[in-house]
Design a protein around this ligand. Structure first.
Ligand SMILES: Nc1ncnc2c1ncn2[C@@H]1O[C@H](COP(=O)(O)OP(=O)(O)OP(=O)(O)O)[C@@H](O)[C@H]1O
Length: 250
């Protein structure tokens, strides 16, 4: 695929949605070097790096779930505030969490999320997403009775039945079989091309190659993630990121 196709809306008319400015994250101590990057409508920024590099921690700060140690995250130029209605309306997250109401079925969960976000035609929207996630046959099951891959697809469905301009995903490929990974890549590509700004942590080079417009490579400086003295966060193009993920010792 040509670079111009993959870079989508990048260019003079970029409409920046998210801005990370010398964002430093961690738990008391930084887990990685500061990161400065922005993401526009129709772009997908991938966060790549070894286990423990800090990808989820950066995502949590972008989602407003973790106070940065330093620097800022801005949504449409305003500092991120997870409590703000605009932020919650615009930002959908797919994190690795199992938070289900024990007594609600798969379909009822999705209907609750869609209704809570003011979606019209809730039943049609939920049915379409169940179909897209291959969960139609499981619509009446309780989420706790789903397989781990099905639970993952339910989390994704919950983010996709509601309005959003930003989609944050933490290793969305986890626990999906090859068919599920292909479907995920197709779905996220359509999402990106519809104008959503995506930020995702991933180890999946296929997803990276198909989806990324740019990437942040988080490198712990070879110290196994304990110290950050030699660590870097580099913004690279998608091809460079794919090379690094395919061959991490380079
Ligand atoms: N709640 C926490 N409290 C303290 N340290 C944490 C916490 N969560 C993660 N860490 C540490 O922060 C560092 C970065 O973890 P993080 O989960 O962000 O890495 P990651 O790049 O997402 O890794 P992976 O690819 O394994 O998912 C690790 O050293 C981890 O042990």
């Amino acid at each position: 695929m040509s670079k111009s196709k993959r870079t989508g809306a990048r260019g003079p008319a970029r409409d920046v949605v998210l801005g990370l400015e010398r964002l430093l994250v961690g738990y008391g101590e930084p887990v990685c070097a500061p990161v400065t990057v922005d993401v526009a409508r129709g772009e997908a920024l991938c966060l790549v790096g070894a286990n423990g590099a800090g990808k989820s921690t950066v995502l949590r700060a972008v989602a407003g779930l973790l106070e940065p140690l330093d620097g800022t995250v801005r949504l449409h130029g305003e500092p991120v505030d997870e409590r703000s209605v605009r932020f919650r309306r615009e930002v959908a997250c797919v994190f690795d969490e199992d938070a289900w109401f024990a007594e609600l079925s798969v379909a009822e969960h999705l209907e609750l999320v869609a209704r809570g976000h003011g979606v019209r035609d809730v039943v049609d929207v939920v049915d379409a997403e169940l179909e897209s996630q291959r969960l139609t046959d499981a619509a009446d099951q309780l989420p706790t009775s789903l397989s781990s891959g099905q639970k993952r697809r339910l989390l994704l469905a919950a983010a996709l039945v509601r309005p959003r301009s930003v989609l944050l995903l933490d290793e969305p490929e986890q626990r999906l079989d090859p068919t599920g990974r292909e479907a995920l890549a197709d779905r996220l590509l359509a999402e990106r091309d519809a104008g959503t700004a995506l930020v995702l942590a991933t180890h999946d080079v296929v997803l990276l190659r198909r989806l990324a417009t740019r990437a942040v490579v988080i490198d712990d400086g070879g110290d196994g993630g304990e110290g950050r003295a030699g660590g870097t966060c580099r913004v690279v193009d998608a091809d460079e990121a794919a090379r690094i993920v395919s061959d991490p010792v380079r």
